[in-house]
Write a protein that binds this ligand. Structure first.
Ligand code: ADP
Ligand code: MG
Ligand code: MG
Length: 251
């Protein structure tokens, strides 16, 4: 599914290498977590996969189901089934949440050569998904993320994910002071959307988030590389002892 090999990335504007050869394989149905000290390049990895500007790939590959992601525009990556949820969701005043979701879903269908959903069809679909995820239908009528609480933004992100039915979801929760309730929302959302043909990459500082999500694999990133991979016990080790021991052992 998501296959990253030897990915090297530098800043476009500066001669600063951030990713120094990242290898990662997330298979269908798998949930992988990436942890690591601040500044190790976790967010850079998610930005580069999403196609955000400002970075230059200097080596390696990243493919989704065999399709080269790095050659595609951000919206083409989404059409291929990549979904990225970011720590600070954008507010779009004047655009209703429902309209936003419908535009996103139809853009994706169009890019896949599928027919657009009618307004009535979409309404039925989005209401069913919202109900399934226990999301208040009122939220669909409000402008995108405007005045949403932290929890509502998280709920909305999960709803976007559910509507777009991605193959691969990447969540970067690294620096957002996720409180316990928001953490629960994110983990319940991920668990609700887990499926045998969908992969997840969850980037987080918080071991507690992984208590609820129960990843199949935990990776530790340091200085632009994945330095250790293991099972959920690796997250517990970080929680108990911090990164120092792991980094010393892998140095
Ligand atoms: P993490 O998410 O693991 O905390 P980041 O990917 O945010 O790490 O950052 C990795 C390194 O790259 C840090 O040293 C950070 O300062 C640097 N960096 C990332 N993006 C930029 C940028 N646009 N300009 C300057 N430095 C950057
Ligand atoms: Mg950071
Ligand atoms: Mg980060």
């Amino acid at each position: 599914m998501l296959e990253i090999k030897g990915l090297k990335v530098k800043l476009e504007e500066e001669d600063k290498q951030i990713l120094k050869g990242v290898d990662l394989h997330v298979g269908p149905g798998e949930v992988h977590a990436i942890m690591g000290p601040n500044g190790s390049g976790k967010s850079t990895l998610s930005y580069v996969l999403s196609g955000r500007g400002g970075y230059e790939v200097t080596g390696g590959t990243a493919t989704l189901s065999g399709v080269d992601l790095l050659d595609l525009e951000p919206e083409e990556r989404a059409a291929e089934g990549l979904f990225l949820a970011f720590q600070y969701p954008v507010e779009i005043p004047g655009v209703g949440n429902m309209t936003f979701l419908r535009t996103a879903v139809n853009a994706q269908r169009k890019a896949r050569g599928e027919e657009e959903m009618s307004a009535a069809e979409f309404l039925k679909h989005v209401r069913a998904k919202a109900k399934e995820l226990k999301i208040d239908a009122d939220m669909l009528k409000r402008p995108v993320n405007v005045g949403f609480s932290g929890g509502e933004k998280k709920r909305n992100e999960i709803l976007q994910m559910a509507m777009l039915e991605p193959k691969m979801c990447i969540l970067d929760e690294t620096d957002s002071g996720l409180d316990v309730d928001a953490m629960k929302l994110v983990s319940e959302g991920v668990n609700a959307l887990r499926s045998p043909d969908r992969g997840f990459l969850v980037i987080t500082h918080y071991q507690r988030l992984l208590d609820h999500i129960k990843p199949d694999v935990v990776h530790i990133m340091s200085d632009g590389r994945i330095v250790k991979s293991g099972g959920p016990e690796l997250a517990l080790e970080v929680e108990n002892n911090g990164y120092a021991d792991i980094l010393a052992e892998t140095a």
